[in-house]
Design a protein around this ligand. Structure first.
Ligand code: BES
Ligand code: MN
Ligand code: ZN
Length: 496
């Protein structure tokens, strides 16, 4: 889909649908909406009155213009209360209006940017949020449907008459589009079923990104993973017929002074292993590579935006399956870190593969390690599907991650890395167990990973909740949300 910034007047914009807006409780539209109302002889005011339109956030109204202006139809979207207005409201209003336009079979959609000039939201941010909301609202996963929907928006234009704002709007639109494309890429990768997205598929995806953007990519095969000493990844992958891959994708900037490792959990299907998950809990476990999807998607945005930082992306990719050669409960495995781990639950596999990857990153001498993982059901219970948990050994990284997420509407909530809970991981036979108790599970999972990192500043984002939705939201279809992608992109851009 094309997105463009156009200098001109809203009444002249040639399009199928023009989107304008109204704050809650405003009876007489002003600004651009007022100008359109006037050109239509007061038709918008009359309709607002007749329909009892209140301007609540996401409420919409539409009318045909009969050719009185450049647009065939107009959609009025509610922005909610002016004093509660922010970038979240812009994204939501944009998404709802775009879906309404699609339902009206619009191919060419034009919009004013919501909220620029009001309440101190600067034009670049408003345009970024308008673009991101529009593109994410229109996202659909249809690759596997033979009967493709025919109604698709082909062009989205932001109309602005004030020349002095154009450059900022254009820049905001560009970053909004890059982030939306990356998030959509992560959604696609995660929405694909596990018989398509295998560890090998993730490796091919990384190779393609490397080729597209001139990055370095290396993929370690099962034997090489074992030879490296990654006992934990090897143990998780044992019973899988799909060969595991350890993926290393590196972006280098000539002006970089720092090197950051980003690690994504790439479990392409988590059956639980011999601690087999019950049916209901297994249903969404093709999404257990959502962290890997966010990392790979962020690398595409990094390739496009070229921040001045070196990024080492690592994806330990495997299935977690059952079979005659599966890792038993009670097996003791030597990690790449050299520590020994008693497997008390084969379903706590994410922390195993992430620990080997983190040790690998540390041996590479990176300055920081960030991992993104669908790690624990406990985090979903604690925080729900609206936000991720973030924990780390370095408060600076944690706070920068929270800010980076907030920029594009991803909410991260810090949980304490409470070291007393390490008691849970005490083992009779080995240095530690992998699962421990379910109480405080999100914290214990993070502590396990920390046990394998010697001193490199590290933070962990548990995205088990927000990565998947069981119903549609304003900004996402049911299924994968691509959560984590925008946070990583903004973090790496360092503009957070
Ligand atoms: N992939 C799951 C975590 C998960 C749960 C992701 C729900 C998305 C939604 C992870 O591998 C897992 O199974 N964790 C266990 C850990 C436990 C055995 C200590 C869990 O959370 O139950
Ligand atoms: Mn599991
Ligand atoms: Zn898992």
């Amino acid at each position: 889909m094309q997105v463009v910034t156009v200098r001109g007047s809203v009444t002249e914009a040639l399009c199928d649908v023009l989107i304008v807006n109204l704050f809650e409780g405003v009876k007489r539209p002003g600004g651009a909406t007022g100008a359109v109302d006037q050109a239509l002889g007061g038709a918008i005011s009359a309709l607002i009155e007749r329909e009892g339109f209140e301007g609540k956030l996401g409420e919409t109204l539409d009318l045909t213009t009969g050719g009185a202006i450049g647009a065939s139809r107009v959609i009025i979207v509610g922005l909610g209360k002016a004093d509660a207005f922010d970038a979240d409201a812009i994204r939501k209003a944009s998404a709802v209006a775009a879906r309404r336009a699609r339902n009206l079979s619009a191919r060419r959609v034009a919009s004013i940017i919501h909220g620029a000039g009001i309440g101190g939201i600067d034009p670049a941010l408003a345009s970024r949020a308008t673009t991101l909301g529009t593109l994410l609202g229109l996202y659909k996963f249809t690759r596997l449907k033979t009967d493709k929907p025919t109604r698709e928006v082909e062009e989205f234009a932001i109309i602005e008459k004030d020349e002095s704002k154009l450059a900022a709007i254009e820049a905001g639109m560009r970053i909004g589009k890059t982030v939306a494309d990356a998030v959509s890429f992560a959604r696609d990768l995660t929405n694909e079923p596990a018989n398509v997205v295998t560890p090998g598929y993730l490796a091919e995806t990384a190779r393609t990104i490397a080729g597209e953007f001139g990055m370095e990519c290396r993929v370690f095969e099962r034997e090489e993973i074992a030879e490296l000493g990654m006992g934990l990844l090897t143990a998780v992958a044992r019973a899988s017929a799909e060969p595991p891959k350890f993926i290393r994708l590196e972006y280098k900037s000539p002006n970089a002074t720092r090197r950051i490792a980003v690690i994504g959990k790439g479990v392409t299907f988590d059956s639980g292993g011999l601690n087999l998950k019950p049916g209901d809990s297994m249903a969404a476990m093709k999404d257990d590579m959502g962290g890997a999807a966010a990392v790979l998607a962020a690398m595409r945005a990094v390739g496009e935006l070229k921040p001045e930082v070196n990024v080492l992306a690592l994806v330990p990719a495997t299935e977690n399956m059952i079979g005659g050669n599966a890792t038993h409960v009670g097996d003791v495995i030597r990690a790449l870190s050299g520590k020994t781990v008693e497997i008390d639950n084969t379903d706590a596999e994410g922390r195993l593969i992430l620990s080997d990857a983190a040790t690998y990153a540390e041996s590479e001498g990176v300055d920081e390690i960030i991992d993104v993982a669908t790690l624990t059901g406990a985090c979903v219970v604690a925080l729900g599907r609206g936000m991720a948990g973030v924990l780390g050994s370095d408060q600076g990284i944690v706070e920068r991650l929270i800010k980076a997420g907030a920029k594009d509407g991803e909410k991260l909530w810090q949980l304490p890395l409470h070291t007393d809970y390490l008691d849970n991981l005490k083992s009779e036979t080995a240095d530690m167990k992998n699962a421990g108790s379910r109480e405080g599970g999100a914290i214990i999972g993070a502590l396990f990973i920390k046990n394998h990192i010697k001193g490199t500043p590290w933070a962990h984002i548990d995205v088990a909740g927000p990565v998947t939705l069981d119903r549609e939201s304003a900004l996402s279809t049911k299924g994968s949300t691509g959560f984590g992608t925008a946070t990583l992109v903004n973090y790496l851009l360092g503009n957070s």
